[in-house]
Design a protein around this ligand. Sequence first.
Ligand code: M6R
Length: 608
Amino acid sequence: MCGIVGIVGHQPVSERLVDALKRLEYRGYDSAGVATIHDGALDRRRAEGKLFNLEARLKEEPLAGTIGIAHTRWATHGAPTERNAHPHFTDGIAVVHNGIIENFAEVKDELSAAGAAFQTETDTEVVAQLLAKYRRDGMGRREAMHAMLRRVRGAYALAVLFEDDPSTIMAARNGPPLAIGHGNGEMFLGSDAIALAPFTNDITYLNDGDWAVVGKTGAHIFDIDGNVVTRPRHVSTAAAYMVDKGNHRHFMEKEIYEQPEVIAHALGHYVNFIQNRVTPLGDGIDFAKVPSLAISACGTAYLAGLIGKYWFERYARLPVEIDVASEFRYREIPLSPQSAALFISQSGETADTLASLRYCKEHGLKIGAVVNARESTIARESDAVFPILAGPEIGVASTKAFTCQLAVLAALAIGAGRARGTVSEEEEQALVHSLAEMPRIMGEVLNSIQPKIEHLSRELSKCRDVLYLGRGTSFPLAMEGALKLKEISYIHAEGYAAGELKHGPIALIDENMPVIVIAPHDRFFDKTVSNMQEVAARGGRIILITDARGAAVSTLDTMHTIVLPEVDEIIAPMIFSLPVQLLAYHTAVFMGTDVDQPRNLAKSVTVE
Ligand code: M6R
């Protein structure tokens, strides 16, 4: 989390730095700041809260200079105040940082004992203080930078200005991504290529352990031992990812309504709609031979993986080990090098997911990435990349990335089933035919359910807690519904397997507790109805999301029933996602929360 940018050039930079920060605001929006060198002096402007506060500050007091660095913060150490906002200044050195310096307390104690006066509560300030100390000790700028990098431990993308060198930015990466952009007589730094898209598409990504000295006409890159290294230049397609809200109130709303189109696009990559066949999956992972599959991801991507597990096990008879990446990476899971692993991530930069990927790589597994950002670190470090082609997702709450992840996982599971001989040609054609129907059905659902959802959301917005229940693939979807509602409306919500109700959560049921039951008329329907009876018997208020057949046979007195078309089991999770997403969205709108940038969150979680 946190976004950093830098420009060294020949034209004023502060406005362009803020413009680039706007494209990085998804990485954090607690505070922001910009620093430049002008007439041999460092200066900075910082502001608490969102970027418009920094813009207002810069309007009152502009910053001149043709070299500068800037930062948008997601607070880890120290409250999101102006004092803790980056850039941090110490003795003519300015630093912006994305990541966590894990040994900051130890370094801080050591420097404080030697007389350093810390001005902030951040871990980042030790970087500036260490650099200042090494300069006082007589080291040159590069030497000080190298010594500092060898002293700090943790995750970082860093950009540093030295007041006594107004023509160079120093940069370093270990963990969070950092891209160098090559311009015409100007050079750029950014947490991703989208930040730099209006300036250049000529991008070099730093590897972990790399550090760089970036001047107006180029960059020298070194590894952690100080050896000169060369990193390839890529032509970035990030410019295509610059989008606006169109006629929608929020990016989240736009992204929900884009789903029929983006799912069709994603599916087109994986299936042949004319023959109703899955397109051969490429040679990165041989699904016919792998004895098992490991899946790891975080948040919504993890829940997509959980639904994927049902499919890989059912259709491909492939055992799946799945866990949230923050647990997976430390569980010391015994893994067979003959197996394959899939990592699911919209951003492709999630720190825990990346660490799990590297764990599996070390154990010799073939690595597949189900990602949206094709230029991301997770994509670059994988043997096979399965793009979800959802287009840019700006809303912090994941919507279209989730359903596109599901569409890709469904196609992969069917393809794996064919490769393993567990899905016949006829079954493949029937399943792919169902997938092909999905965009049309999604469009119909989106066109019809809004009034009902809005009405219901008004009621939900008055609740303190909400329970979501489901069985089979509707169970991860219940968890996704709860995650969506809590992250944007701040209403407490939990998702449970309906069969788990009696093992604890039923104690919560009373007349104030809405229970949202996701129950297409599938092989689990009757069992889920029994669970609903248990809720009803205790005065719970049931909101049933089902299909036409489920609604026809259910005799329960529900508070509301949302009726969707009857669909094949494999596409039900995607279709049933729509009311779940819209319920969260409209509830948050009624509550008046910041839907696209909910409090305390960031879109890309690059620290553990
Ligand atoms: O970029 P990723 O898909 O790796 O992100 C994973 C989670 O941080 C993300 O899905 C998060 O849970 C969303 N805010 C949920 O809407």
